[in-house]
Ligand binder design. Sequence first.
Ligand code: FAD
Length: 394
Amino acid sequence: MDFNYSPEQEAYRGQVRAWLEAHQPPPLTDEERARINEDLLWERNKRWHQQLFAGGWVGLSWPREYGGRGATFIEQVIFQQELARLNLPVGVNVLGIIMNGPALMQWGTEEQKQRYLEPILKADEIWCEGMSEPGAGSDLAAIQTRADLQGDYFIVNGQKVWTTVAQRAHFCQLFVRTDPTLPKHKGMSALIVDMHSPGVTVKPLRQITGDAEFNEIFFEDVRVPKANLLGPLNGGWQVLVATLMHERFGISETVAGGDVILAQLIELAKGTVLSGVSAAFDGEIRQALAQFACELAAKKYNGLRGLTKRLKGQQPGAESSIGKLVSTELSQRMTKFAARLLGPFAALERHSSFAPEGDWLRRQLWSEALTIAGGSSAVQKNMIGERILQLPKG
Ligand SMILES: Cc1cc2nc3c(=O)[nH]c(=O)nc-3n(C[C@H](O)[C@H](O)[C@H](O)COP(=O)(O)OP(=O)(O)OC[C@H]3O[C@@H](n4cnc5c(N)ncnc54)[C@H](O)[C@@H]3O)c2cc1C
């Protein structure tokens, strides 16, 4: 594997950097921070998303015919690296872009691709992911939400939970049981559901951070056109597995800013006084920082394996579990370290959902979520054990 970037790729990095530096949104003023809330933050991020789209930076590696730029995958990675370097938000419709869009490209009919992909990129239509239910999280094959085919429509009844951004979504990639007589992995299907259909009720759930990013969704006799079946009837398990691989790969990419967090931690250590001297002189603190640096390097090189696979045109596989596990656990330990270093002052930091630096306590609380979302760390370890290390099932 070649670890270096070519002169063309470095030139492209220069273009990305110049564009981002010229267009990046100004930091929030103190006054804006004081009144920021989830709705204002969403609007701000949406404006930024639209600016990125206008600049041709959203869906970089998506084909041009679906609104993307047809760029190489490596160009997309370089863009994400530069976004992380400047600590800029990724925009809105993240799930649509990292998982629903790729799943549509893999499983959708040409008509579905033409209808849904471009509005996802533009964030004109927001998507959410309806997999988890109260009795089916890690074991997604246990889903109970039913879809009965009656004429040209599926009639959907049931409940989903922890559905990120459902309160703002126009569409849901919904996994349902279409044949309860078949074994549980076989009788399920994926549907594209219009979230404004009669019978859909969304109830936001508030998290430990204070924000309400995810929701419960209730479906009561919701009519979904047969044409909205995504992938084969009763073949939803393959669609689900592929969608999850895209999600895990996407999550490890979106927490790619580990180097930025490390740089912030180093500054924090330098500026924190312990027993009269800077924490940066404390042996234990220095060891912890060096350990983070080593783990980030290992994560980066392991990530290059997945990248090589994508560059060869293959879909992400079980190795995306390594990236997801390592990046989310590491981010949890790094933010915990910062909160411990700050001690009681961590609780006094200004809280806002748009704080690229500082705000360590909130970031620590949020970091817990990513070790559960997209499959918990325990489940990723099972995947790594069984699919990569070929260990027998426990
Ligand atoms: C921030 C956030 C956003 C989310 N967004 C979405 C979304 O948009 N759409 C969606 O469908 N879902 C979403 N989820 C749900 C998420 O996918 C589930 O929470 C996750 O898969 C775990 O399922 P569960 O909560 O039902 O826990 P359970 O499956 O009940 O697990 C409980 C505990 O048991 C452990 N466990 C379970 N099975 C095993 C096993 N086989 N081996 C070892 N340990 C095991 C787990 O690690 C966990 O500690 C989100 C979750 C979070 C936190």
